[in-house]
Design a binder for this molecule. Structure first.
Ligand code: GRF
Length: 200
């Protein structure tokens, strides 16, 4: 059976493209990219999605409460018969009703080795802290900030002369490999979850 995937973005959309490319190349054989939703009409990622012929929707957050916004998104996801949702640079916490509507079916990618450096500017947080290794994490989404069960992680070295830009670029290159791999593992259902420990 094919799983219909939706990707939620707010901006650049490079992880969305990495997922789209992997699906197009047949690397996630049981996935079909059905929909990209942006909460900003001017998100760059939307242009890339259009170019690829991927169906897109803009559901602006402006002027809506979080619950009203999420309710509209849930409606769109259900109307498109979506099985899995990938957040990719989607800059809003999801409401409990959103999470409960798709239990263990919402994934996110974050540019640090969680639980270190959740939230905004994870790469700058890593540099400021002085860690020698950081990375990226794909995790299930829960009601907290980057706090859901961890699916997969990749380590990236922090170099002495790194700036936020150079470190972010090194992490991003790994994000683009990790996200498709983690999505495939979850779709293939080759995982066990005990409390918050996932064994793939
Ligand atoms: C990525 O670094 C991702 O880990 C974080 O936001 C950034 C989004 O980048 N959640 P992009 O929009 O996928 O290019």
């Amino acid at each position: 059976m094919t799983s219909r995937i939706a990707i939620l973005i707010s901006g650049r959309g490079s992880n969305m493209l990495a997922l789209a490319d992997a699906i197009e190349r047949g690397e996630i054989p049981r996935a079909e990219l059905a929909l990209v939703i942006s909460d900003h009409a001017h998100a760059h990622g939307l242009t890339h999605a259009h170019t690829r012929g991927i169906e897109t929707l803009v559901i602006e957050r402006e002027g809506r409460t979080r619950d009203a916004h999420d309710t509209e998104i849930i409606r769109a996801l259900e109307a498109h018969d979506i099985h899995f949702i990938c957040l990719a640079g989607y800059m809003r916490l999801l409401s409990p009703s959103f999470i409960n509507a798709f239990p263990n079916r919402i994934l996110n990618i974050h540019p640090s080795l969680l639980p270190a450096f959740p939230g905004l500017h994870a790469q700058r947080q890593a540099l400021d802290y002085g860690v020698k290794v950081t990375g990226c994490t794909v995790h299930f989404v829960d009601e907290g900030l980057d706090s859901g069960a961890i699916i997969a992680q990749t380590c990236v070295p922090v170099l002495d002369d790194d700036t936020e830009e150079t470190l972010s670029a090194r992490i991003l290159a790994e994000e683009h490999k990790l996200y498709p791999r983690a999505l495939k593992q979850i779709i293939d259902a080759k995982f066990e979850m005990q409390d918050r420990r996932i064994r793939l």
